[in-house]
Design a protein around this ligand. Structure first.
Ligand code: FE2
Length: 209
């Protein structure tokens, strides 16, 4: 059975450095009719469970540990038995949101996760957050970039735990090197492609965000 990508948008807030903002997050579900994994359990475990529709949830993958991307992860894990996966460099951020509930598994650069016969390769893409990862699924022609790369440029690097030169290195060396036709499925907002974003790298470096 062929794997597919399902998508829902959930709403909530993002808080960091003493500020709080309303946000809509993309939640990505990769799988077939039997099993799936969730990329970013944002805001609403009920909505994600409904989108899973009774499929076995094999894993909850966190692209990074900003609270808007992980706030529903423990609730979803408790209700499904799925294990939460996070790059260890984002544990300090994770603890700000879920101090008593550590994630279950560490993600590592180059690790391959397989779901419904499709491989997703973990690309460590720090900058927006130190433990930010992207997930490249060549068989699906997709890369899930969290808040590292959006339609129109890099994710925000103005707050704590972020670093603009680092996100530029990640985008240039790990993402823009993927095939131009690769569809970029982001943490917020619209989908884009590597080929649509790649020509703008120098612009982003010049503007500094
Ligand atoms: Fe973020």
């Amino acid at each position: 059975m062929a794997a597919r990508i399902d998508h829902l948008v959930t709403s909530g807030t993002f808080s960091l450095d003493g500020g709080t903002w309303d946000v809509d997050n993309n939640v990505w579900i990769v799988g077939d009719d039997d099993e799936a994994l969730v990329i970013d359990a944002a805001h609403d475990a009920d909505a994600i469970l409904e989108a899973l529709g009774g499929r076995t949830l094999r894993a909850i993958i966190c692209t990074h540990a900003h609270n808007d991307h992980i706030d529903a992860a423990p609730a979803l894990a408790a209700r499904t038995g799925a294990l939460i996966h996070l790059h260890p460099d984002d544990l300090p951020l994770w603890r700000q949101t879920h101090p008593g509930t550590p994630p279950d598994r560490e993600l590592a650069d180059g690790q391959v996760l397989t779901i419904a016969g499709e491989d997703l390769t973990v690309l460590h893409t720090p900058g927006h957050a130190p433990g930010a990862v992207s997930l490249y699924a060549p068989g699906l022609g997709a890369v899930f970039t969290g808040d590292t790369l959006f339609q129109g440029g890099p994710g925000a690097t103005g707050r704590s735990f972020s670093h603009f030169p680092t996100i530029i290195d990640s985008i240039r060396d790990r993402l823009l090197t993927l095939p131009a036709t690769t569809v970029v499925r982001t943490g917020h907002g619209d989908t884009t492609t590597i080929g649509d974003e790649a020509p703008h790298l120098e612009e982003w470096i010049k503007r500094g965000h």
